[in-house]
Design a protein around this ligand. Structure first.
Ligand SMILES: N[C@@H](CCC(=O)N[C@@H](CS)C(=O)NCC(=O)O)C(=O)O
Length: 215
């Protein structure tokens, strides 16, 4: 198994947590998102991932892209310690939470979007940071509200064991902290973050602990 990622990529971070929870250790190939204009844009990498985005997972000729698709593939291929609940109602609820982050918060702060804001649209760093904080803050506030509807009282987003929702939440909280988003009105998200910090699969996936990590 070959995994192409970047230490600070939220989408790659999600996959790293999933690999760790499944006890898998793919061979890692770093793709530097800014060096030389961005290795993700190279012809060689685009042959693997035509979107020019990380992550990509390669398994014996099968090439998978999109972190959520990769994580669900891992879950179906290695069903022990499932990342999604058995019941279809809760499964849809967990997917909705994960997608609120992966489909609605994260794309608005993608590098190519921020580069466009700063380049073609001529916005300065202060405005770009305000953009980031706005969409991360609003999106996470909605996630906090989604968690307030839970009936169970597990330590994790939806239950007693970490799963897809936690896998999406923790990288997004890392990015929220990086850009100074105020989480003081989000106690449920903070509590899940503390629970995940105590799980090795999460702490070992942290960007600072990756071989391509930079200060
Ligand atoms: N929906 C995709 C998002 C992938 C994505 O946006 N990756 C970012 C890093 S987190 C990237 O490669 N950005 C490079 C760029 O914007 O040029 C997924 O979940 O895999």
């Amino acid at each position: 198994m070959k995994f192409y990622g970047y230490f600070r990529s939220s989408a790659a971070y999600r996959c790293r947590i999933a690999f760790n929870l499944k006890g898998l250790a793919p061979v890692f190939f770093p793709v530097h998102l800014s060096r030389g204009g961005g290795e993700q844009k190279s012809i060689a990498y685009r042959a693997l991932n035509p979107q020019g985005l990380v992550p990509t997972l390669e398994i014996d000729g099968l090439v998978l892209t999109q972190s959520l698709a990769i994580i669900e593939w891992l879950d179906e291929t290695y069903p022990e310690k499932p990342l999604l609940p058995a019941g279809k109602d809760l499964r849809a609820t967990v997917r909705a939470f994960a997608q609120a982050i992966a489909c609605d918060i994260h794309p608005l702060q993608n590098l190519r979007v921020l580069n466009y804001l700063g380049g073609e649209l001529g916005q300065d760093n202060a405005r770009i940071d305000a953009w980031r904080r706005r969409w991360i803050g609003d999106g996470l506030a909605a996630c906090e509200a989604l968690l307030s509807r839970r009936e169970d009282r597990g330590d994790f987003c939806f239950g007693m064991a970490p799963g897809l929702a936690d896998i999406c939440l923790i990288p997004q909280l890392f990015s929220a902290a990086r850009f100074g988003v105020d989480l003081s009105s989000m106690p449920r998200l903070r509590a899940v973050q503390i629970a995940c910090e105590n799980v090795a699969a999460f702490s070992e996936a942290h960007p600072a602990r990756q071989p391509d990590s930079e200060a």
